[in-house]
Design a protein. Sequence first.
Length: 185
Amino acid sequence: MYLKYILIFLSGVIIVTGQSYEDKRCKCVCPSPAAVLNNTAGSDRRLYIANVPPNKCNCDGVILPRVGADIKGREQEFCPRCECKYENRNTTIIKVVVIIVIWVIMLLVVYMGFLICLDPLINKRAKASYQEHTNEDDESTVGGPSQPMGARGNVLNRVTHQQDKWKRQVREQRRNIYDRHTMLN
């Protein structure tokens, strides 16, 4: 069962590492060439991305090679309206952080499964060592000589005793309210 999830995870890591992402790029946002040619103040903006060195991250290095024919002769009017930014990011760190987050989530899921499997074992042992008392108000019998005096067993017995006592009280209250239509004092 876990082998299937591990294989899915590993194939996802291989696919992510197999992709080619650019760590350095130049991103320019400009108006559309039609807005410059028609002298309209439209809000239509276009995004141009190129992999160029930082000194070529400008209108001449990124935009004009792509739209030079469209705005021939009007470059001085078009280029000042463009905003170019050189971006540098480290995709390796991003991948490592994502893998760490996925591993933490997987560890938490495994821990939750461990606790779910462990819960019935603890409750079974606690109920096997517990002997029901006839007098619910007598708190001195919880740590009496018939039960183990180890600190762990004593605390566990107290907790399960209080839990069972509370469950019995709730059952009694429900019975009185729904069956007998009376309230407990």
